[in-house]
Design a binder for this molecule. Structure first.
Ligand code: KG4
Ligand code: ZN
Length: 335
């Protein structure tokens, strides 16, 4: 079965074809980063309009690369995300499903991220603990099977990626700030500033990152913002986020007794985080799994894969334009 996957929840148009027999057979992405950069963040209306322009040509491209005229089923991101952007993917998926007479399945964006490491070899076995760190989410989730998700910890305010982006803006770095801040941190002196590790001194697995952004601001105001100082602040900020995430992941592995940790979402591309988690897991005798770098951030492959899993388990939905701008992972049907 060939499943066409469509991702349009935010600022990337991602389309892919996943075959349940031969794996991922085609994958294409158009990033809108340049369109939004001048505004310093994603402008929802511009995002929706660009998805409209890009989506159909990308579908034609991946079908060509997969060597098929039409897929056997279509999976699309139904949420969470920007409502207008989601409507574009959902509208096209349902329109094509009607024209082609094939099943159409709505997919939860975070389930896509959670399952993205399953596209790699070796794939993690269930159960595993997942750290989801993206622009919109910071979560620790226990994954017992597809759809069997228990949220162990969530963010009380900013997501990890959001904190990276906001702090980067304050350090006068271009959007999207996460990767730029990580690069600047590489030139920073780790011993100059010490930032707090929020919520690590009390039990529990919730996160709070908004205080770190304020800490960066007051440090900037007190010490000036020449390039070296900004690099030192970037380094202190990144060390604090990474340390905090590593401490919470260690706690989650110890509390659940599950020695498999999956890292997903855009911040999973951060090399300092990867090094920190590698050390921690090494000491605990645990394993860490990542999607390949380009599947850490938004993509169509993870949506095609999650949809294929659900279709194979027999889930069917009526043709209907479904969009859920807010949508809990725990509300999904288990398979
Ligand atoms: O998963 P994703 O592509 O989109 C969402 O669903 O949010 O994640 C994007 C987020 C952005 O906040 C971006 O700044 C962050 O991931 N990010 C990084 C890095 N690469 C992307 N943050 C820190 N270090 C990186 N190398
Ligand atoms: Zn995402």
């Amino acid at each position: 079965m060939n499943v066409l996957g469509i991702e349009t929840s935010c600022d990337e148009t991602g389309v892919a074809v996943y075959s349940t027999e031969s794996g991922l057979v085609a994958d294409a992405l158009h990033s809108q980063v340049d369109l939004h950069a001048v505004y310093g963040g994603v402008v929802p209306e511009i995002a929706s309009r660009d998805h409209i322009r890009r989506l159909l040509p990308l579908v034609q491209q991946v079908l060509g690369e997969a060597g098929i005229d039409r897929p056997d089923a279509i999976a699309y991101t139904a949420g969470p995300g920007l409502v207008g952007a989601l409507m574009v993917g959902s509208g096209l998926a349902n329109g094509l499903g009607l024209a082609w007479g094939c099943p159409v399945i709505p997919v939860h964006h975070m389930e896509g991220h959670l399952l993205a490491p399953m596209l790699e070899q070796p794939a993690p076995e269930f159960p595993f603990v997942a750290l989801l760190v993206s622009g919109g989410h910071s979560m620790l989730v226990q994954v017992d099977g597809i759809g069997a998700y228990r949220i162990l910890g969530d963010t009380l305010d900013d997501a990890a990626g959001e904190a990276f982006d906001k702090t980067a803006k304050l350090l006068r770095l271009d959007y999207p700030g996460g990767p730029a801040l990580a690069r600047l941190a590489g030139q920073g002196d780790a011993s100059r500033f010490q930032f707090p590790r929020p919520m690590t001194d009390r039990p529990g697995l919730d996160f709070s990152f908004s205080g770190l952004k304020t800490f960066a601001l007051t440090t900037c105001q007190a010490h000036g913002d020449d390039l070296q100082t900004r690099a030192d602040i970037a380094r202190a900020f990144q060390d604090a986020v990474v340390d905090t995430l590593v401490i919470k992941c260690r706690r989650a592995v110890q509390q659940t007794g599950i020695g498999r940790l999956v890292v997903a979402g855009g911040v999973g591309a951060n090399q300092a985080l990867r090094a920190g988690l590698r050390d921690m897991a090494g000491k605990l005798g645990a394993e860490v799994f990542y999607p390949r770098l380009e599947f850490c951030t938004d993509n169509g492959a993870m949506i095609a894969y999650a949809g294929a899993c659900r279709l194979q388990a027999g889930q069917r939905e009526d043709l209907e334009v479904q969009v859920h701008p807010r949508w809990s992972l725990e509300a999904l049907p288990a398979l």
